[in-house]
Design a protein around this ligand. Sequence first.
Ligand SMILES: [Zn+2]
Length: 171
Amino acid sequence: MAILEVVKHGHPVLVEEVKHVEEIDDEIRTLIDDMIDTMRNGETPAVGLAAPQVGRAMALFVAEPPPDHEGEDAVYQGAVVLINPEIVLGSGHTVVEEGCVSCPGITADVERPARVVIKGLDRDGNEVKLDVDGALARIFQHEVDHLMGKFFFDHINPIKRQLLKSRIRRT
Ligand SMILES: [Zn+2]
């Protein structure tokens, strides 16, 4: 396991089109382990991390809500890995304050569906379909956004967005 460098907003890899993962080989497994290590023990611990955030334009992310989070998704303890993820259903809506390790220094209230059904592959290549709400639903949507070159503030009104983007810490 190794701590990887987390790239910041403005880095081209964050808006690059991600590659579908065709084969889960040792390189991908190492990337996943390193992403989990970086999420847990990096300079700024996070609850989720998408591959572009560590400089790799690939369709995968890791997620791990804080242990005290509420919601029925608490059954998914430990890090969740999703490869080639796709949100197939979203329902309800909630407003939650979000931040991002690639955009240090800013947060915003973001409205998103409260519950999502997401499918993809786990680290062993098994097809999985998860139906989650609470923190995990929120994190999954935030990370899938990263795989499409989007940031949490793309969901807020343009005037607030401009103001927020100007406050992102660059150092
Ligand atoms: Zn983020």
